[in-house]
Design a protein around this ligand. Structure first.
Ligand SMILES: Cc1cc2nc3c(=O)[nH]c(=O)nc-3n(C[C@H](O)[C@H](O)[C@H](O)COP(=O)(O)O)c2cc1C
Length: 365
């Protein structure tokens, strides 16, 4: 780190199209059809976990010290070897991100690069992994579902390596999710043509669903471990929500953990990740990189997650809102506003660096 921290422009007066994240959210909702909005915003079942994921952040209270504030805190950090302008990655959301904007992860990648953070790219995206890698200087983590034939999974990982990705984000999904808003809409992802990670003729999301429907039995930990060990790229495991799975992931050879409940999109009535995070951090010690997502909607949420043990957050829906509102510009502005609010939170809490955030920043700890 240099001694000159990133300078943040904190004036309210701006020529930007969007002054707040709320404005971006409203625009995204206005621009998308109701069906596409449901696809973006829905959860599973009664959406209890979806609601709790954000409600748990609403219950966070900071303890603000007097005469200890910092006027220009440094939001930069290093995670998994990446220098980040603030502790965030783009979450690997896909399936139908072209529904939100035709440029999908191409636009997201350009915006992430200008914001100084890194991008996770899903296997089921609207563009092939190579196309995203060509367009985005920060497409560094490729999300791969461990399903189907082991050899095919390893081949896809090799392809990702050749394209320039540096890590694999391992995910696991044994069966289709119960998303009632999408069921009521009879939703199916459009834009089936075009280049695809699984070959021409169908979307990657459709190809994955086929694998889900026809592959039995599901993968075991032993199988996952053998692929992680053979993989030509280091792996982080996503979907960790318990100490048991944190340990199993590390035993399987993961170099990092990604604590996530997929934004409540996989199964309802699971704990929020903010509640499970501290025990996981305690169990694995301070040196294991831990990425966190599900419910991050503003800069102070990032501070709360870091204080409770994450090294960085991943940004899912909040970035999708930016994409839907105004493509690359919407994502760029979203990231800028998140970074600024995070900066302001650090300053008020008296933290001059990200590393100084600890549970002491929170009231009732
Ligand atoms: C529309 C949409 C599509 C998603 N697709 C994927 C995917 O293909 N692979 C994946 O690992 N996670 C996927 N996710 C989950 C996100 O990567 C991330 O874990 C989640 O959005 C975090 O919750 P939040 O959006 O409430 O912050 C998707 C999320 C959304 C909203």
């Amino acid at each position: 780190m240099t001694d000159k921290p990133n300078r943040i422009d904190d004036r309210y007066a701006t020529r930007e199209k969007y002054t707040t994240l709320r404005g971006i959210y409203k625009d995204a909702q206005r621009r998308l059809s109701e069906v596409d909005w449901n696809y973006l915003s829905c959860g599973t079942g009664d959406e209890v976990t979806l609601r709790e994921n954000t409600a748990v952040f609403d219950r966070i209270r900071f303890e603000v010290p007097l005469f200890a504030g910092i006027s220009n805190p440094d939001t930069r950090t290093k995670v998994l070897g990446f220098d980040l302008s603030f502790p965030a990655f783009i979450a690997p959301f896909g399936g139908g991100e072209a529904v939100f904007h035709p440029e999908g992860h191409l636009a997201i990648g350009r915006a992430a690069a200008s914001a100084g953070i890194q991008q996770m790219v899903p296997v089921a995206a609207a563009h092939s992994l190579e196309e995203v890698a060509m367009a985005s200087p920060v497409a560094s983590i490729f999300q791969m579902t461990f399903v189907g034939d082991e050899g095919a999974v390893l081949e896809m990982i090799e392809r990702a390596k050749v394209a320039g990705y540096q890590y694999i984000c391992v995910t696991y999904s044994p069966i289709r999710q119960w998303r009632e808003r999408m069921m009521e809409d009879r939703f199916s992802i459009r834009g089936e043509e075009g280049p695809s990670n699984f070959g021409p003729g169908k979307s990657d999301a459709a190809a994955l669903v086929e694998l889900l429907d026809f592959t039995r039995p599901r993968w075991s930990w032993a199988q996952a471990a053998s692929v992680i060990k053979k993989a030509p790229l280091p792996c982080i495991v996503k979907g960790v929500s318990s100490v048991r799975d944190a340990k199993a992931s590390l035993d399987a050879g993961a170099v990092g953990l990604y604590v996530s409940n997929y934004g409540g999109r996989t199964i309802d009535r699971t704990p929020t990740t903010l509640e499970t995070l501290p025990a996981i951090r305690d169990a694995v010690g301070k040196d294991v990189p831990v990425i966190f997502d599900s419910g991050v909607r503003r800069g102070s949420d990032i501070a709360a997650a870091i204080a409770l043990g994450a090294d960085a957050v991943a940004l899912g829906r909040i970035v999708a809102y930016g994409l839907a509102a105004d493509g690359e510009n919407g994502v760029r502005r979203t990231l800028e506003l998140l970074q600024r609010e995070f900066w302001t939170t650090l300053g008020h809490l008296g933290c001059s660096t990200v590393a100084e955030l600890s549970p002491a920043a929170l009231a009732h700890h």
